[in-house]
Design a protein around this ligand. Structure first.
Ligand code: AMP
Length: 142
């Protein structure tokens, strides 16, 4: 699939669209999902322009998984959810809505339904507050 450089995550990477950043390194960026399916829902993206897993380089795939693992550990340390989903969709038939590869990190609580996918915009201050708590938990990983 050819890469659309105008997708919103590409704009975030170029600094042309805002994001609530949680973590960044040479190959990856982590930010709050603005329409979270649960409190603390993060997105992990590669800086490499790849729409789906099929186009992702081995290096970017490895970097994304390392960062996603750190993100999961930081979310668990910050919010203490009893469970966590890491998910990743390829193609609209699979539910992908943004054509830049990403891994969802979604905290889970028993008996709590997942909010609908990309449906309700969360309050920005609330997302910033959650991001602060997750960022504070991140250095403990190093
Ligand atoms: P998917 O549908 O698997 O491609 O996931 C895309 C995710 O990106 C959804 O969970 C959306 O809520 C989220 N999303 C869309 N636009 C933005 C944005 N500008 N900043 C942060 N998250 C976004």
């Amino acid at each position: 699939m050819s890469y659309d450089p105008n997708n919103v995550f590409a704009q975030i990477l170029r600094g042309q669209a805002p994001c609530i950043k949680v973590f960044e390194d040479q190959m990856t960026l982590v930010f709050m999902d603005i329409m979270p399916q649960a409190e603390g829902h993060l997105l992990v993206i590669p800086k490499e322009p790849a729409s789906q897993i099929f186009e992702l380089s081995d290096n970017a795939a490895a970097a994304c998984m390392l960062t996603a693992r750190k993100a999961a550990i930081a979310v668990r340390a910050a919010l203490n959810p009893p469970g966590m989903i890491l998910a990743q969709a390829n193609g609209s038939a699979a539910g992908q809505t943004v054509p830049h590869f990403h891994i969802h990190v979604i905290p889970r609580h028993s008996g709590e339904f997942l909010a609908p996918h990309a449906a309700r915009r969360e309050d920005t201050d609330k997302l910033k507050e959650l991001a602060k708590r997750i960022i504070a938990a991140w250095p403990e990983l190093e």
